[in-house]
Design a protein around this ligand. Structure first.
Ligand SMILES: Nc1ncnc2c1ncn2[C@@H]1O[C@H](COP(=O)(O)OP(=O)(O)O)[C@@H](O)[C@H]1O
Ligand SMILES: [Mg+2]
Length: 260
């Protein structure tokens, strides 16, 4: 069973600007990310979504508070323990970050070659099975430059899944994709999440309109987090900043069961 819930308790993070003033990114925020489900963290550009992911990964240190992952405070761990901790994550950032000089096959096989003792034939079986699952079979010898945007994201997802992560982090994974491709990629995340069962966190500057994608949506604004149980629930919020965000990113009233 997946017990990889994440809990922020009074987490504080700020930066000092060039002029010496303090920029508060997280103002003693509290929220929980349930295990084995999908949480979308949305907010305008520059609000601190990527910083939040870096705090979860231990790539950045909080100024105060606790971050519990599966019940353990990870803000205190260092060194080898931190490296081991990061092994539990699969990460898919904006550009998919494939290596241009490697084929799709080599890119996807890389974590298995570097981090496991699997034989070449075991690696081949596993990689080809993943490529088939993500509809990339037949493209394994292509280089990233020969792929469409959606195929690159799928190859990035395939690579991120190789070490069977317990938690997947997606940072603006659909940037640069058209609405149809965006929809397809989010459907694929939802489907893969259900099959594999990882805890999923998707960061986005808007609220994805995809049926059944998000079990919870968190909106980050001026250092505070507002938590909603579904994309629909956001629309009934009376808070002015949420209303404004909904208006600019979701358009007219939206109900996920009406969107295919
Ligand atoms: N290492 C850093 N040093 C100083 N300021 C930073 C650093 N990382 C991020 N910031 C600032 O924190 C704010 C939030 O950044 P980020 O989390 O990347 O926003 P986004 O929500 O767009 O992902 C931005 O204003 C950014 O300039
Ligand atoms: Mg960002």
């Amino acid at each position: 069973m997946n017990n990889n819930s994440i809990e922020f308790i009074k987490v504080e993070k700020s930066f000092v600007r060039d002029d010496g003033s303090r920029q508060v990114i997280l103002d003693k925020v509290n929220f929980s990310i349930p295990a084995g489900k999908t949480t979308v963290i949305a907010g305008e550009s520059g609000t601190g979504k990527s910083v939040t992911l870096k705090l979860i990964l231990g790539l950045m240190r909080a100024d105060g508070g606790q971050i519990l992952v599966a019940g353990n405070d990870i803000t205190q761990i260092r060194g080898r323990k931190l490296k081991e901790y990061r092994m539990r994550f699969g990460v898919l950032f904006q550009g998919a970050a494939l290596f241009d000089s490697m084929t799709v096959y080599e890119n996807v096989a890389l974590p298995l070659r570097e981090r496991t003792k699997k034989t070449d034939s075991e690696i081949k079986n596993q990689v080809l099975a993943s490529l088939e699952q993500l509809e990339l079979l037949g493209h394994e010898h292509k280089y990233p430059a020969q792929l469409s945007g959606g195929m690159k994201k799928r190859a990035g997802l395939a690579r991120a899944l190789q070490l069977e992560p317990e938690i997947m982090l997606f940072d603006e994974p659909t940037t640069g994709l058209d609405p149809v491709m965006t929809h397809e990629i989010y459907q694929l995340f939802a489907q893969t999440q259900k099959e594999v069962g990882f805890t999923s966190i998707i960061v986005s500057h808007d609220i994805p309109k995809v049926f059944n994608l998000a079990d919870q949506v968190i909106v980050l604004n001026k250092g505070k987090m507002d938590v909603f149980p579904s994309p629909e629930a956001i629309q009934w919020s009376q808070k002015p900043h949420i209303k404004a965000f909904v208006k600019t990113t979701m358009g007219e009233i939206y109900q996920s069961h009406l969107v295919e």
